[in-house]
Design a protein around this ligand. Structure first.
Ligand SMILES: *Cc1c(COP(=O)(O)O)cnc(C)c1O
Length: 360
């Protein structure tokens, strides 16, 4: 009989947020609310939608495999060379490509715990050894602890900044200190999926470390604040050695025509982005105020989601919320008590608080 290799067999697959259609089909309900995958509740940029409509007539053609127009726009926006930009099917794919390019079987990849599950899966499925370092007491990545785990086998360090699921950041000073002590044969993946929400005084400018000549891969995405999660498009900025290696691993047509075109339009729609960040800040203030009133412990967040400890079995709460048409994310193992909730539009946030009260 065909045998699944052990390193594949032991992988726990990524659990995605439950799609609204699936819940409604299963329960025969309608008007449910999904606050589970950190999507932009405003929807896609209208400019992106128009751009998609304009390009449907060329769908019999393969996309531009080199994504020239999008990479040019991104290179210009970031003041880098086009060869220093790579685009992927979400930043997810770029994590996977980078790991396959730089981690060989038996090598170690260091990450936080809990942090974005894709780092673990990508490392393990390429035959690597994921090294998980617990967060600090205040739910932040422990950069010092991660640096202490570096061995001669370490090839990659994954820094989700802000971290998912906790919504916390490592600061400018902490990151500078980390880079100062870093051996020079390690790739640092700075995963900045929530960059647009996090920008502030103490949030690091990772481009500074790129310009210093570090082996750093900065990842951003159109899935979160830009509202294009369904198109699957993200990008990375890194030196040409890194993008060059990644381009050898990448599928030739890894991003679609519509995704490339919509991303260019979304990048230009500054107004839509600003509205998304504003409505998120208002929703975040509301949710935090209500959680405080309910006496629920939560972690102050620099993203569009909140991590909270309900002190009750999270799977049970999750299932009861589902029955009321509210989709959130229970985090971690079956016995944990924490959930992650995405900030929605005001009525969605109110509905979350109402259903949470009911369930508790
Ligand atoms: C959502 C997310 C991503 C990437 O999502 P894509 O849709 O693949 O671009 C990457 N990292 C973190 C930490 C995320 O939360």
């Amino acid at each position: 009989m065909l045998k699944v290799p052990q390193y594949v067999d032991k992988i726990t697959p990524y659990v995605t947020g439950k799609p609204i259609e699936e819940l409604e089909r299963e329960l025969g309900i309608s008007r449910s609310v999904k606050l589970a995958s950190n999507e932009n509740p405003l929807g896609p940029s209208p400019l992106a939608i128009d751009e998609i409509a304009k390009h449907t007539g060329t769908l019999h053609r393969y996309p531009d495999g080199g994504a020239y127009a999008l990479r040019s726009a991104l290179a210009k926006a970031h003041g880098v060379d086009i060869e220093e930009v790579i685009v992927g099917q979400g930043s997810n794919e770029l994590i996977d490509i980078a790991v396959r390019a730089f981690q060989t079987p038996g090598d170690e990849t260091i990450m936080g715990s809990p942090s974005f599950a894709v780092y673990y899966i990508s490392s393990a499925k390429a035959g690597g050894v994921p090294v998980q370092v617990p967060l600090t007491k205040d739910y932040r990545l422990d950069l010092k602890g991660m640096a202490e785990k570096i061995t001669s086998k370490t090839k990659i360090i994954c820094i989700a900044n802000p971290n998912n699921p906790t919504g916390t950041i490592v600061t400018k000073d902490e990151l500078r200190e980390f880079f100062a002590g870093l051996p020079d044969n390690i790739l640092v993946i700075m995963d900045e999926a929530y960059y647009e929400y996090a920008a502030g005084e103490t949030y690091p400018d990772s481009m500074e470390h790129f310009r210093e000549g570090r082996d750093i891969l900065i990842l951003r995405t159109f899935s979160k604040a830009y509202g294009l999660a369904g198109l699957r498009i993200g990008y990375g900025i890194a030196n040409k050695t890194i993008t060059g290696a990644m381009n050898k691993i990448r599928e030739p047509f890894n991003t679609s025509t519509l995704a490339q075109m919509a991303a260019i339009a979304a990048l230009k729609d500054v107004q839509h982005l600003r509205r998304a960040v504003e409505i998120n800040a208002q929703g975040m203030a509301y949710i935090c105020k209500e959680l405080k009133a309910l006496g629920i412990d939560f972690v102050p967040s620099q993203t569009n989601f909140v991590y909270m400890d309900l002190k009750k079995n999270a799977m049970e709460i999750y299932n009861r919320l589902l029955k009321l048409g509210m989709i959130i994310r229970p985090m971690g193992l079956a016995d944990t008590t924490t959930i992650r909730v995405t900030i929605g539009l005001p009525p969605e946030n109110e509905q979350f608080i109402r259903t949470l009260k009911e369930v508790l």
